[in-house]
Design a protein around this ligand. Structure first.
Ligand SMILES: Cc1cc2nc3c(=O)[nH]c(=O)nc-3n(C[C@H](O)[C@H](O)[C@H](O)COP(=O)(O)O)c2cc1C
Length: 475
């Protein structure tokens, strides 16, 4: 393989030197890139060291799961276990393999955006740990030769109870990633939610054959912006509108900021690191330019439409007065299914039902907003009890396995949303990568259902679970 550090740096606006100076400039560039590579590696080493060494109560177990878990099967590091990092999607056994592939392909600043949480990342860790609080206690000798993982939401079938979560800036991971996610969801027979901060136009995504298209709304700017987006979502044939709450004030993602200079642009070490990921660079920014927030750029002042400026401007325009009154206004304007995302407890859930919302998504935004938030799973049983059995409840945060999905369903969810699990897939291999992620989850779900002695999603319930902290011997 050609050492990317030996390649000439691509032309930038700054490299306007005359031809006669190209030789020395090139040599300097190469030297710079090599030094940059060494510095980046050193910085990355220090950064991960610092992260591991930091004291993070409550997050250690989560990080263990984010890395390769330690296992009683290992003795002094043998057998040697490694996740798959090649681009061969067929060899990915788990979402963790797709994650490793994504890590091999993406530069550090993009990974930070994808993976990171806010502040101590305690909420991020809790999303993963919460699943570990439940163990299975399945019945045996149940005929599970016929199993069905399909379910229904809003009177329409889903091949499995999974929805692709809305995520912004997906073009950073793969060209036209929003379309890739939508296509894979349509192939798999599940809904896909598209973010206000997505990069493909909603009208284009909406043309995906067979797609159950949901639109996620961030309320920002004057009411005319939401009104226009709602009208467009209706015209684009969206089945559902998700209003995201709890994100009007941008979460404190310090690790993300550490990759930037004060103006918001990447710092030099992140730029060099990006250059050292030529596969990613060529397929995304070199071929397609910087991502654009195609669905909202028209509402951004013309002098703020560059990538970073538009992102920061929209962030500054988020409606911090967002309230139940706004939900009532949106309810009147939107004639189809309305979901509220980002609430976490029975009180708000009951209020949302009274406000005429059709379904709720319990979520702490993947641990990216208020740190130390409880996970959706923590509050699911109480919320289910508060809204009754018939009201559609969805949850997200930390879903990486079939067993995670089964636990959420057993505790009362109608479906789960997957954020990073789908993004690992798209970053590893576009539409095929997402397809692989969904195949993996479907296979796991099928198997887990059978191992749990259940033949259908409807047979899952709390009777199959046992709190992990119950004393041994207690029934
Ligand atoms: C990279 C990234 C971008 C996200 N962007 C949005 C967004 O634009 N709108 C939104 O409502 N939620 C957004 N989320 C939150 C997800 O919708 C979802 O709540 C979260 O990812 C679930 O946790 P998980 O990643 O552990 O599955 C984003 C999450 C990630 C990881």
């Amino acid at each position: 393989m050609v050492n990317p550090a030996r390649r000439p740096l691509p032309a930038t606006g700054r490299s306007s030197a005359p031809n006669s100076r190209r030789g020395p400039n090139l040599a300097l560039g190469l030297l710079g890139a090599a030094l940059g590579a060494a510095a980046t590696a050193w910085l990355a080493e220090r950064r991960s060291g610092a992260r591991q060494a930091a004291f993070h109560p409550g997050r250690r177990a989560g990080l263990e799961r984010l890395r390769l878990p330690s296992s009683p099967a290992l003795l002094d590091g043998t057998p040697r276990r490694r996740l798959r990092t090649s681009g061969n999607l067929a060899r990915a056994q788990t979402i963790a393999d797709l994650r490793a592939m994504a890590h091999a392909r993406l530069p550090s600043f993009a990974l930070e955006y994808l993976e990171g949480g806010s502040e101590e990342e305690a909420a991020l860790a809790r999303n993963l740990d919460a699943f570990a609080q439940w163990h299975f206690a399945p019945p045996v000798l149940v005929d599970v030769s016929q199993r069905d993982v399909s379910s229904e939401l809003f009177d329409a079938p889903m091949s499995m109870p999974i929805v692709i979560a809305p995520t912004g800036l997906n073009a950073l991971f793969w060209p036209h990633a929003d379309t890739a996610l939508a296509q894979a969801a349509a192939d798999a027979g599940i809904p896909c939610a598209q973010s206000t901060m997505s990069n493909d136009r909603m009208e284009d995504v909406g043309r995906t054959p067979g797609l159950r298209h949901w639109w996620q709304l961030y309320v920002f700017g004057p009411p005319s912006v939401s009104e226009a987006l709602i009208a467009r979502a209706d015209a684009a044939g969206c089945e559902a509108l998700i209003v995201t709450t709890g994100a009007q004030i941008y979460g404190n993602r310090e690790w993300d900021r550490r990759n930037r200079v004060p103006s918001g642009n990447l710092d030099w070490s992140s730029e060099v690191d990006a250059l050292l990921h030529p596969r990613w660079l060529a397929s995304t920014i070199l071929e397609h330019g910087m991502p654009r927030f195609e669905n909202v750029l028209d509402y951004v002042p013309t002098d703020k439409r560059s990538f970073f400026d538009s992102a920061f401007w929209i962030r500054s325009q988020m409606d911090q007065a967002l309230s139940w009154r706004t939900i009532a206004r949106i309810r009147e304007a939107w004639p189809h299914k309305l979901l509220v995302k980002g609430l976490l407890g029975p009180g708000d859930a009951v209020r949302a039902v009274a406000a005429g919302v059709d379904a709720l998504i319990l979520s702490n935004h993947g641990g990216r907003q208020l740190d130390w938030s409880a996970s959706a799973l923590d509050l699911l049983p109480a919320t289910r009890q508060a809204v009754g059995n018939a009201f559609p409840l969805l949850v997200d945060g930390g879903v990486r396995r079939g067993t995670d999905i089964v636990k959420a369903l057993a505790l009362g969810a109608d479906a789960v949303l997957i954020g990073r699990a789908a993004l690992y897939g798209v970053a590893a291999g576009g539409r095929d990568g997402v397809g692989r992620a969904l195949d993996i989850l479907r296979d796991e779900l099928q198997r887990d259902l059978g191992l749990l002695g259940a033949r259908s999603i409807a047979e899952l319930g709390p009777h199959l679970l046992r709190p992990a902290n119950r004393d041994a011997g207690e029934a």
